[in-house]
Design a protein around this ligand. Sequence first.
Ligand SMILES: *Cc1c(COP(=O)(O)O)cnc(C)c1O
Length: 375
Amino acid sequence: MSANQAFLPFTKPTIDEETISAVADVLRSGWLTSGPNVKALEAQLSTYFGGRPVRTFNSGTCTMEIALRIAGIGAGDEVITTPNSWVATANVIIEVGATPVFVDIDPKTHNIDLNKVEAAITPRTKGIIPVHMCGLPCDMDQLYAIAKKHNLRVVEDAAQAIGSTWKGQRIGAFGDFASFSFQVNKNVMTAEGGCLVLNNEEEAKLAEKYRLQGVSRTGLDGIDVDVLGGKYNMTDISAVIGLGQMKRLEEFNAKRKALAHHYFTSFGADFESSTGAELPVADFTNSNWHMFHIVLPERVNRAEFMQKMMDLGIGLGYHYRAIHLFTLYRERGFTDGMFPISERIGKQIVTLPLFPAMNESDVERVVSAVKSCLQ
Ligand SMILES: *Cc1c(COP(=O)(O)O)cnc(C)c1O
């Protein structure tokens, strides 16, 4: 790494001084756990998602688990999902006692191949968890047509998709359950956290129960517990970070989009044909550009490529290794070759730096490093 160039990580949160002092105010207030800031964040998110009920949690993962529980999905049921995601997406299916059924992805979008979903439906199929990978939405018309035809509940893993749209409507503002993550790498972050967009107040009340040990209040000094819940509530410290982030969401996403656009311009029209690498779908309408990835050609060893980039001061990610090839999933009968597209992507994908505080010269630096490391 040349001495005058700082290390460029693949992502980094943008936290302003206003947010930092708001966190300090919460700490000084004495009310640290779920309180007024959680309520305020939920109200703001509900407005953001077109007035639908929204509840916050301490992770994105648990929002999906809770959505499955609210839908009554459990032992004996099958849930269809994609092998190309963070392992959380499939783990929650096992967590509620149901069986994950994988369907391979589309090689271009890296989202679940909806054309292959119907062949995987059985009489036991109760739900589907699609992922809007990198913020690029699934075909929502096709998704909900399949769900309606086969009477499936949908839990959208929209962990990466805050601010993404479909035909002008925000992801989460329509459909069935939509789950968002506020983990530190996401477009809106609360350090750790997440939210679930629900269909009605009845579901929202159930979500509150599952969030806190199944407790419901029966008066000033009374509680009852009639379902088994966990401990999933968001703190006010996290919520106030989220409020500071929500203020800047449009700005953050606009910056991401501009940087993504600059990646395409900088790679140039012949990048794919001259290197054999693949660029993402150039969607500047729907995507929130949560991540910018490239797929390396087969001839390139990813670990070696990542090391060379690291030597040039550039950190890369890889999102994701195919879930079904992890030991836990192999033990459940999954093997190599079952979902070849996810397996190839899982081995060859790299995530390039993209975050709001970057500038165009950072993008150009990454692009020239990628080109030289591919030679
Ligand atoms: C981040 C992420 C999750 C998990 O979110 P957490 O808040 O870390 O629990 C799940 N699915 C996808 C696609 C993600 O990107």
